[in-house]
Design a binder for this molecule. Sequence first.
Ligand SMILES: [Ca+2]
Ligand SMILES: [Ca+2]
Length: 589
Amino acid sequence: MRWTSLLLAFAAVASASAQSSQRTFVRINQLGYLPDGPKTAVACSLDSTTITSFTLQDNEGRIVFGPRKAIRAGSFAACASTHRLDFSAFHKPGRFVIVAGGAASPPVIISAQAYEGAADTLLVYMRQQRSGFNTVVKDSIHKLDGRIVDHPTRTNEFINVSGGWADASDYLQYVTTSANATFVMLMAYRDNPKAFGDNFDARGLAGANGVPDVLDEAKHGLDWLLRMYPGGEDMFNQLADDRDHMYFDFPWRDSSDYGWGKGKDRPVYPCTGKPQGLFKAKNRSTGYASTAGKYAAAFGIAAAVFRKTDPEFAKTLRERALAAYRLGRQHPGVCQTAPAVSPYFYEEDNWHDDMELGAASLVNATGDRHFLGDALNEARQEPVTPWMGKDTARHYQWYPWHNNGHYEIWRNASAGEKAQMAAFYRKGLEAVVARAGNGFRVGIPFIWCSTNLMTSFATQAYLYRKMTGDNRFREYEAAALDWVLGANPWGVSMIIGLPADGNFAHDPHAVITSRMGLQLTGGMLDGPVYRSIYQNLKGIALHNADEYAPFNTGFIVYHDDVGDYSTDEPIMDGTANLTYLFAAMAAGH
Ligand SMILES: [Ca+2]
Ligand SMILES: [Ca+2]
C-alpha cells in the first residue's frame, strides 16, 4: 500500500470514529507549500476551544517539527475559534500531517515543485469554455454569432463574431472579462514563460504544436477580440444576453431564442455611450473607455509578445490597440454589460484603470514614451482599486479586480514614478489588511466572486513584493492563496481538480458536469458569499443536502451544489486571472 493510501485510510478511520463528534478541522493549502515560503495551516473549531500546540508528523507518525505554539486567533464565520499553526521554520520537502486539537490535516506537501503545471491546469477549463471550435464536442458551436442590436444604423446586420469563451456556466460573452483574461494570460507568459508547457494545439485538442498552450489560449481570445473590434468607430462589447438563462442546455445545443428562433442567431451589443437594455432593465453606461482600454491593453501586450514570432500579426495588433485606445479617449466613461430580461449586469463603474493599462501597454507595443505620460495621468485618477478596504461593492463594480496598470507603468518608469506606483499598491493592500485580523488573515468583502477578489489581492501583494522587495504583506499574500487552495472554513479548494487528490467541488453549477459527469478541471469557483447575498439572489435552491452545513452557520456560506450559482459556479475570467500568480509561484517566487 502506498503512503498516500495509508494516509487516506488513516484519515477515513479518524473521521469514522470521530463522525459528528469531530469539532476541530485543520485547513491547509492542499496544493502545497514552497520550502522557503510562509507556511501556515488554520485550525477551525466549531466550539470555542483552546489549542495550545501542534506538531508536524511524517508518514510513520514521527514528529518532525514541534510541538509548536498554536496561535489563538478568535472566531471567524462558522469557526467558533481559530488557531494559526505556523510551520514556516520547517523547510524539508516531503509529505506530512499536521496534528492539532486531536485533528489531523489532509496531506501537507512541501515542495519547490508544488505549483509546477498548476497554471496549465487552469487552461484545461479555458479550453472547455471555448466557443467557435469547442474541445468537448470537437466541433464548431454557436455558428450564428451574431446579429447586431441597439445600433443607430446597423441593427439586425449579421457579423461574424464567432469564437471567444463562455463567461461562466451560461454562454454569454463579454469583452470586459475576455479582454482581461487575454491580457493576464499574456502577462503570465511574458513574465514566467517557463511555467507553461505545450501539450495542445491551436484548436485546443491534445497534441503539441510548438506553441506554449497559454499562447494558444491567448490567441483564441485575441482572434475573437479582433472580430469584436474590427477597427473604426464601431466597438462591440457583448455577445448574447441573459435570455440565455431560459435554458440550462449544453453549449452546443443552446436553445436560447433571441427573436430569430430557438438556437439561432445571438445578439451582438456595441458600446453606445448610453444606458443599454432592450427591455425594462437598463445599465448605466456612459462611454466606451472601460472596454476600449481593455481592448488596447490586450492588443498592446500581445503586439509585444508576438513581435518576434509573428510580426505580421503583431502589426495588426498594434494598429488595433492604437485605434481602440483613440476611441476610448474620444468616449470617456464606462461601457457596462447589457441586461435583458433580468436585472443583473456587470456594473463596472471605473474606467481610468482600463485606460491606464491600455496606455501602459502601448508603451511597449509602439516604443512611444508619450503613452507613459497618459498612463501616469490615469493612474493618479484611481490610485487604489475602490473595493479594497470596503465591506461591499456592486457586481463587478470595480473591475478588473486589481489594477495591473501600476505594475506595467513600473516596468518602464523612472525611480520616482516607480515609487509612486508601489505606494498606490501599498495603500490598497493596507486597506485590505486592516480588515484581516481574523484567523484566516483575509480582509476582502465576501461579495459575489470572492475567489476573484482573493486572487487579485494575492496578485497585487505579489507584484508589490516584486516591485519593492518589501515583505510586509507576505503573510497575507500567502493566506489569500492558501484560502483559494483549501485553507478556508470548508476545507475546499476553489479550483476544481486541483490538486487531483484534494477536496474540491464535485457538484458545481455547470450543465456539463451535472448531465455528462465531466469534471471541469481547472475551473475557479465564484466562492463563498455573505449569507445575505445568497439568500437574496433569485432562483437559488440547493438540490441536495448540504454536506458543509456545519460550516455554513456564519456570516459567509459556500455550497457544493448545482443549484447554487452564487458560490459554486466556475468562472472564466477568475480562472484566467489566477494564471499569473500560479506561474509566478511555479517559478519559485
Ligand atoms: Ca500548444
Ligand atoms: Ca475598470
